[in-house]
Design a protein around this ligand. Structure first.
Ligand code: SF4
Length: 625
């Protein structure tokens, strides 16, 4: 009997309605652990070459990992993988909540969905059995309403729901997968993949808990976390949420403002964690077994609509995109934008960044009233921003074009609007600015699923957390605004840890190489305690390396090249105001960093693909292209 996992993967062919169970060999689990690496392996094997993201042939993989369900903080996040409608590359996204543990307790380690249902449907998985059920009654409903309807329909069964909202049904390219109507697999547009398959939701229930190899050791780790939380650096995020970093980001000149024209926002205090706690905050929420409880519950009266607690509160990323990014110094307005995104099922980063880009285009006269459907767009106009969010979710008016994402919209509009983009591989950058955290520029460029702030440690953590960094062999800390050989090592090695964490599907606030509750050696402890495998940190980093190389190999197969590892022009234009006034990235420096990264990673300089030697060394011979 395996420990920590079932050894069963559910395959769902929506074309035929056939549901089958695969029992992969134990070596498959040890090699990939779950989550992102497992999802990449299935997509590589099952998505036909050239299949587009919204074709029935695309495959969506939902998975926790071998440790999911263990009652340890941050151990139970969900990972989704499919070809992305936003980037066209292999897409990846994680979310919190209780769905991942629910999936494990439903009797499966993962679900692989292919094809397209003939009519709107949902998938119910309950204690090792699965069935497809009609979902016409749910189609078009906002996420809180459809989740409530599913809970009513299936009562007294206690269920967890993962769904696409109306935006996913309508093919918005940055549509999210939503659970608890407040947690999002937001990035890379995977909600649109679910919608394209006519699958409204995946619903899980059950009590099929796999045994743990060493339950005492699992409990000891959980206890250590609970006892050390108050004194840990993650305590601030638990208490004030991710909004607590607005102050420090602004002070460093790293708070993207007015579509990344500046790194400092005059209205930052209106968005900060302290103001948040004093005004709209109504409570804290958590994910399965997590002591950190960083999720926000908010409420606000007022026009044009009230903010409802069921949709959760904005994270730092949302504050950076809809707040400073769109010039809105008003928390209730940002909370309303967050609510609309969660109700329609959209990524707040891409949605907010796309709107900020459109506003700058309008203010600079690159687009006009005939492009926007007669709407005037200006930074700070909250009503106009909320209207655009709604239009995108409904795919109406100017929102129809913006729902394609800013990069595709710029291609349609032309007129130098491309120069104002903040995208890499067509995905909008998150709210952490490489101008002041230089290694993020490198990671945003080479990351196979587009720019991401949870794919490596941020520069200030290298000098800030020397003991944990030393566990990764990083003992030569560098200043924030430097990009040199050692910084490339830092980006790559911490990146391998994050890639492993996304394969173990653990939370990168709970586990990581710096300020997180648990350090790298405790990640090793977790895997050992749950599975009984005598893993080492080196073995876990190899899992991360497999994950990254599987993604790169898939992308290379689909025609991606080093030209796609290109940062937007915006990053090379000096910022205005604040602590980063006049700061810009240097092209030659970044190009050199990318070459060093390729060299260290074993990627071909000409194609950007993993070399055959690298794939063989990682035991990925089956993925040679
Ligand atoms: S730290 Fe926050 S996001 Fe991560 S598992 Fe805990 S409550 Fe969820």
């Amino acid at each position: 009997m395996p420990a920590g996992y079932h050894g069963t993967i559910l395959h769902v062919d929506l074309n035929t309605g056939e549901l089958t169970t695969e029992r992969p060999a134990p070596s498959f689990y040890r090699h990939l652990m779950g989550g992102s690496a497992m999802g990449a392996a299935y997509c590589h094997r099952l998505v036909p070459r050239g299949a587009r993201a919204l074709d029935p042939d695309n495959v969506l993989v939902l998975a926790g990992s071998v440790v999911t369900g263990a009652a340890v903080s941050g151990a139970s996040r969900l990972t989704a993988v499919a070809r992305s409608p936003l980037t066209d590359a292999l897409g990846d996204s994680q979310c919190g909540g209780a769905f991942a543990a629910g999936l494990k307790f439903s009797g499966f380690d993962g679900v692989v969905v292919s094809g397209q249902a003939p009519a709107p449907s949902y998938l119910l998985i309950h204690d090792g059995k699965a069935q497809l059920r009609p979902a016409e009654q749910l189609w078009g409903l906002e996420t809180a309403e459809s989740e409530a309807a599913l809970r009513d329909e299936l009562a007294p069964l206690k269920v967890e729901v993962l769904q696409c909202g109306p935006a996913g049904e309508r093919g918005v390219r940055f549509a999210a997968l939503i659970t608890m109507s407040s947690r999002a697999c937001g990035r890379t547009g995977l909600g649109a993949v679910l919608g394209s398959k006519n699958l409204k939701a995946v619903v899980v229930a059950g009590r099929s808990r796999p045994m743990m190899a060493d339950p005492e050791a699992v409990n000891a780790l959980a206890r250590w976390g609970a006892e050390h939380y108050e004194d840990s650096a993650v305590h601030g995020i638990g208490t004030f949420g991710t909004a607590s970093v607005v102050r420090s980001q602004n002070a460093a000149g790293g708070l993207p403002t007015h579509n990344w024209q500046s790194g400092a926002f005059d209205g930052w205090e209106s968005l900060d964690g302290k103001r948040y706690s004093e005004t709209i905050l109504k409570g804290r929420h958590t994910c399965t077994a997590c002591t950190i409880r960083c999720k926000r519950v908010v409420e606000a009266e007022g026009e044009p609509f009230a903010v409802r607690p069921v949709y959760g509160g904005p994270e730092y990323e949302t504050l950076g995109m809809f707040g400073s990014g769109c010039g809105i110094a008003d928390l209730p307005t940002v909370a309303r934008a967050n609510q609309l995104c969660n109700a329609f099922g959209m990524d707040t980063i891409s949605c907010g960044a796309t709107i900020a880009w459109a506003i700058e285009c309008f203010e600079r006269g690159l687009i006009a009233l005939e492009d926007t459907g007669g709407q005037r767009l200006h930074f700070g106009d909250g009503a106009a921003v909320l209207k655009l969010v709604e239009q995108i979710g409904r795919r109406e008016g100017f929102g129809r074009l913006l729902g394609e994402g800013s990069a595709r919209a710029a291609q349609v509009l032309g007129r130098e609007t491309e120069a104002l983009l903040t995208t890499v591989k067509r995905q909008e950058m998150p709210a952490h600015m490489p101008q002041v955290k230089r290694s993020l520029g490198l990671v945003y460029a080479v990351n196979p699923f587009g720019p991401d702030h949870e794919s490596s440690a941020h520069d200030p953590t290298y000098p800030g957390y020397p003991q944990r960094m030393a566990e990764l062999g990083l003992v030569d800390p560098q200043p924030n605004a430097v990009m040199n050989r050692e910084k490339v090592r830092f980006a790559r090695l911490t990146g391998l840890l994050y890639a492993c964490q996304d394969s173990l599907s653990v939370c990168s606030f709970a586990f990581g190489p710096a300020w997180q509750l648990f350090g790298p050696s405790q990640l090793v402890e977790l895997v050992r305690a749950v599975t009984g495998w005598k893993v080492t940190l080196a073995e876990l980093l190899r899992v991360g390396e497999r994950r990254l190389n599987l993604f790169r190999a898939f992308n290379a197969r689909e025609g991606f090249s080093p030209g796609d590892d290109r940062l937007p022009d915006k990053l090379f234009v000096p910022l205005q105001g604040g602590a980063s006034n006049g700061v810009a990235l240097d092209r030659a420096e970044m190009e050199q960093a990318v070459r060093w990264y390729y060299e260290d990673a074993g990627w071909d300089m000409g194609t950007g693909a993993p070399s055959h030697e690298k794939l063989r060394a990682l035991g990925l011979e089956g993925f040679l292209t």
